[in-house]
Design a protein around this ligand. Structure first.
Ligand SMILES: Nc1ncnc2c1ncn2[C@@H]1O[C@H](COP(=O)(O)OP(=O)(O)OP(=O)(O)O)[C@@H](O)[C@H]1O
Length: 218
């Protein structure tokens, strides 16, 4: 479902921050992405979410050579991908409920078909009491859980998550891991960037490790 061959990335005229990265994910895979700060994890996730294009090499997602696709071909591919951004990117003028429901609304679903699912998911991530609140009054960990709920609500084919447990305590991290495992069991391919060694140990999934832009399978 996703294949990188000798992918390189540089920002402007700067040095390469990803160098000859090659790996493939098959449908149903569950990988962690680790590496020290500045290794290139977020940059790699941005490539996979089509926010950036490789400066060399090839990147295929869902069979499409996305490095060479025109901009108007990208949105339908993006809609098949759920993303948890490191900085959450919630919409401040929408309630927590409306933020989480957004991917379903954008997909043209009517509220009566998803209201129960959104409330159940908010309940699972411990935000049922906050469903009417706007993001600016949520704590960092609450925003993170809302961002995760929004990324998973539409059961995407691929989930990319950047430090999804960076702002929550170990008990909540375990609960969120359970959510990712369940989503993966239902067919979503997972790539989760994390510094959380406990999370990686508990999940017992393979690890892609980036170091100065070079990737190794651990
Ligand atoms: N927009 C940008 N313009 C120029 N350089 C950038 C940009 N974004 C990231 N970089 C550089 O790319 C390199 C990799 O950064 P990236 O954010 O991908 O690392 P990371 O592994 O996700 O780090 P962290 O764990 O701290 O989030 C760093 O040297 C960073 O300074």
């Amino acid at each position: 479902m996703l294949r990188l061959e000798n992918v390189g990335l540089r920002y402007g005229e700067g040095p390469e921050v990803l160098r000859d990265v090659s790996f493939a994910l098959r449908t149903g895979d569950f990988y962690f992405l680790t590496g020290p700060s500045g290794a290139g994890k977020s940059s790699l996730l941005k490539l996979l979410f089509l926010a950036l294009k490789p400066t060399r090499g090839t990147l295929r997602i869902f069979g499409e050579d996305v490095g060479n696709l025109s901009h108007n071909k990208l949105p339908p591919i993006r809609r098949r991908i759920g993303v948890v951004f490191q900085e959450f990117r919630l919409l401040d003028h929408l309630s927590t409920y409306d933020n989480v429901a957004l991917p379903l609304r954008v997909a043209g679903k009517s509220e009566s078909t998803y209201r129960r699912d959104v409330m159940d998911l908010l309940d699972w991530v411990g935000l049922a009491q906050k469903s009417a609140d706007l993001p600016p009054v949520l704590s960092g960990g609450e925003k993170q859980r809302a961002a995760i709920a929004r990324a998973v609500i539409a059961k995407p084919q691929l989930l990319l998550a950047d430090e999804p447990t960076g702002n929550v305590d170990p008990v909540l991290a375990k609960r969120l891991l359970h959510l990712f495992v369940e989503l993966n069991r239902l067919g979503t391919t997972m790539l989760i960037a994390t510094h959380d060694k406990g999370l990686v140990r508990q999940a017992e999934r393979p690890v892609l490790h980036l170091e100065q832009g070079i990737m190794n399978l651990q």
